[in-house]
Design a protein around this ligand. Structure first.
Ligand SMILES: Cc1ncc(COP(=O)(O)O)c(C=O)c1O
Length: 427
């Protein structure tokens, strides 16, 4: 949809926002989250791309586990209301549905960067001829550090082995054709293509199916960091076919700071016992795990990449949010998200100024909830001023203000109030 077409749906007055909220079939979900307190009690939280809000049910999920621990001690592994031994499996079905995978293909464990390393241990197998990793220029720093350290770990030099996909001069986002062209040109030398599903800085969503097809056609392994895509876009990982994907669950998935992360390994690798991997007892075949034998036999599927028994409290927090996602349904959430983000873009364009521009793609297929606004001058000061007024987005140096209306708990009125104050502040 072009910017022009999407604008036809929207109107600029506050009454339009109020009417849209009234009609919103998901409006009740807002009441199920805590909103951070602001000095004037009139804040707008548009920062779910950084840290999602806390569901009001979260404490109850944690308390259940604390109660069982207090009352049962070690017996809780098997005797808790939700036994801790197989606890992570309570998240499997919902996680699979969320990312469009089979249950065998997903597991919740560790944190994002740890999972990325575990995946690269198995899926980045450089040779003298094929040793390069493709990332976006300006990928999230942790991803850059992780891929560089893997390259060095294998005895290569990032100066030779790292390819950064760079937008054309004057552009902020990458073109699909340019990604394809690079994969075709360098294909023989590329061991791994590792991109964000949604770029954290620009909000650009990549065509993961197309990138996977192009990469596989050249014999490359393909993986995605879905930190900004999980719970934001409708994903079809199994059908799209990447070899692996990783994501965190504290952004759109509302799992709270540092919550357990997700990992996808495509079914085609489910029984690839000869793949090198770092092993731990929780990845061992559960039928013989407690025989405590010396020989590691991994579980089939993503479960076989687990290392340690997980933090039950962390998983309990995530369950509170995943139950809400399951109820609301990703399809309905995405439909609202497209409309809400389109409305944000519309209002910003109605308040156009030489002092800012939107760098996120206009095409709804090429973005999720996030809009990144390039501010020409004094952006940090502006962002801090808005934060004092309770308008929470986030600032990325050197010039980007990122905001995301999250369909679970943001309203059209939130968006209206944000743009109203942003426009007043930026002049
Ligand atoms: C795109 C991306 N990758 C990696 C990370 C690092 O995640 P973690 O600290 O959970 O490993 C983040 C964190 O915000 C991120 O946004």
């Amino acid at each position: 949809m072009t910017r022009h077409q999407s604008q036809l749906e929207f109107q600029s007055g506050e009454d339009f926002a109020i009417a849209m909220d009234e009609r919103d079939p998901l409006k009740h979900y807002r009441e199920r989250f805590f909103s951070p307190k602001t000095a004037n009690g009139d804040g707008v939280y548009l920062c779910g791309h950084s840290l999602g809000l806390q569901p009001k049910t979260t404490a109850r999920y944690i308390e259940q586990e604390l109660k069982d621990w207090a009352e049962l001690g070690v017996e809780g592994h098997f005797g808790a209301k939700n036994p801790w031994m197989p606890y992570h499996r309570l998240l499997t079905e919902q996680t699979a549905r969320l990312v469009g995978a089979k249950p065998l293909e997903v597991v919740v464990m560790n944190s994002l960067t740890v999972n990325l390393h575990l995946m690269m241990v198995s899926f980045y197998r450089p040779t003298k001829e094929r040793h390069k990793i493709v990332v976006e220029r300006g990928a999230f720093p942790s991803d850059q550090y992780a891929v560089q350290s893997q390259i060095r770990f294998h005895g290569f030099d990032p100066a030779d082995s790292l390819i950064e996909l760079t937008p054309r001069p004057g552009e902020s986002c990458l073109l699909d054709d340019d990604i394809d062209a690079l994969i075709e040109r360098e294909g023989d030398a590329i061991a791994l293509i590792m991109l964000g599903g949604v770029n954290y800085a620009t909000g650009q969503a990549f065509d993961m199916a197309r990138i996977t097809r192009s990469g596989h056609a050249q014999g490359c392994v393909v993986g995605f960091d879905l930190a900004h895509a999980a719970g934001n876009l409708q994903l079809k990982l199994h059908d799209w076919g990447p070899d692996f994907a990783v994501w965190c669950s504290y952004k759109y998935l509302n799992g709270g700071p540092g919550c357990a992360a997700g990992c996808f390994v495509h079914e085609r690798h489910a029984r690839a016992w000869d793949l090198p991997r770092f092993a731990g007892w929780w990845g061992h075949d559960e039928r013989s795990r407690f025989e405590m034998g010396p020989k590691f036999q991994p579980m089939p599927g993503a479960d076989g990449w687990q290392l340690s028994n997980p933090s039950i409290v962390s998983l309990a927090v995530l369950r509170a949010s995943m139950d809400i996602f399951h109820e609301a349904g990703m399809e309905r959430l995405r439909a609202k998200s497209v409309s809400l983000t389109g409305y944000l873009e519309f209002l910003l364009s109605q308040n156009a100024s030489a002092n800012f521009s939107i760098i996120t793609p206009q095409d709804k297929e090429r973005r999720g909830a996030q809009i990144s606004i390039r501010v020409r001058q004094n952006g940090r000061v502006l962002c801090e001023r808005l934060a004092r007024e309770g308008i929470v987005g986030d600032w990325r140096e050197p010039d980007t203000f990122r905001v995301a209306p999250v369909p679970l708990y943001n309203s059209y009125r939130d968006v209206f109030r944000f743009v109203h104050r942003f426009a007043a502040a930026i002049g």
